[in-house]
Design a binder for this molecule. Structure first.
Ligand SMILES: O=P(O)(O)O[C@H]1O[C@H](CO)[C@@H](O)[C@H]1O
Ligand SMILES: O=c1cc[nH]c(=O)[nH]1
Length: 293
């Protein structure tokens, strides 16, 4: 297989040799990476570390690398949405799988482990506020994976059932379905976690069926999402990154799990009165499970 050097318009390095958006260099990241949406949440995670060796912040991408109970861990903020996930995953992968000097793809592949610690809204009445859902599968209502080849891991029968049961408007992008890494899912499937099917939406308001001043194209969107069933699966929760994370991880040969702190219940119309506490609980629980054998 030809391994030509990547051009400077595709593989973009800054003057200091760091990768374009993240401003990180090879060696700046651990092989276990926690992703969070909010840059402020990076400190909420890394304040538990034994020490921090790397701290870099550009745009919405804030990175701290250190150790927790001796285990090397990187925590990075992605900002909101799967468009940012495309940047973060391509650039983190490049840090371990592209040779920065020769600008060629390394012969030996390095696998990274990704754990998303995020917030989410539940669309089932029995998933209470402040509980934790580990995403067994993600439904991508975003468009990201459709731009890549070799996506045979997508569950087309599931997508087809969704399109037909929901009478999906063809003007919206075609939903895709992708699974978590099985061994990470096993690690995060016992109490206090429950597993679920997460819908990843392209917005927080209209795409998640919220209305402030604007009306929705489909006023029954959330009822349809709530009542959808496929092989005993129901959609449990809504957020904005998981499908991109699962899809990019599979394409690039990495392992990923998405963990959701449920802050809203869309059926009862309620929101957590202790969001910070709930996210902190998820952070501590996750760090401990990552360091248990
Ligand atoms: O709390 P984070 O990790 O940002 O996750 C959720 O919260 C944001 C919307 O408020 C979206 O990014 C959604 O995925
Ligand atoms: O309802 C919610 C809560 C957090 N994040 C989301 O994307 N949706």
């Amino acid at each position: 297989m030809k391994n030509k050097p990547l051009t400077s318009s595709e593989f973009i390095l800054n003057e200091d040799g760091s990768i374009y958006h993240l401003h990180l260099k090879p060696g700046d990241i651990a092989h276990t990476i926690i992703t969070v949406g909010d840059p402020d949440r990076v400190e909420d995670v890394s304040k538990h570390f034994d020490s921090i060796e790397v701290a870099v912040h550009r745009r919405e991408f804030k990175t701290n690398t250190g150790t927790y109970k001796g285990k090397p861990i990187t925590v990075i903020s992605t900002g909101i949405g799967t468009d940012n996930i495309d940047i973060v995953f391509n650039e983190l992968d490049a840090l371990v799988n592209i040779d920065f000097k020769s600008r060629t793809i390394k012969q030996q592949h390095t696998t990274l482990e990704f754990v998303r610690i995020g917030t989410s809204g539940s669309i089932q009445p029995d998933i209470p506020l402040d509980s934790f859902v580990a995403s067994e599968m993600a439904i991508g209502f975003d468009n990201l994976l459709h731009f890549y080849k070799d996506v045979d891991f997508l569950d087309h029968n599931f997508s087809e059932a969704l399109r037909s049961q929901m009478q999906w408007n063809a003007h919206k992008s075609s939903p895709y379905v992708v699974t978590a890494d099985t061994s990470l899912l096993e690690r995060f499937s016992e109490k206090p976690f429950r597993t679920g099917i997460t819908a990843t939406n392209v917005g927080f308001y209209g795409p998640q069926g919220r209305t402030l001043r604007l009306q929705l194209e489909d006023s029954h969107l959330n009822e349809k999402l709530q009542s959808f069933q496929y092989k005993n699966h129901v959609i449990t929760n809504l957020e904005m990154e998981t499908s991109g994370i699962y899809g990019m991880a599979k394409l690039l040969g990495h392992n990923a799990i998405s963990l959701n702190a449920i802050l809203a219940n869309r059926v009862s119309g309620t929101f957590s009165s202790t969001p910070k506490q709930t996210i902190d609980n998820l952070i501590v629980t996750t760090l401990d499970l990552l360091t248990h054998d």
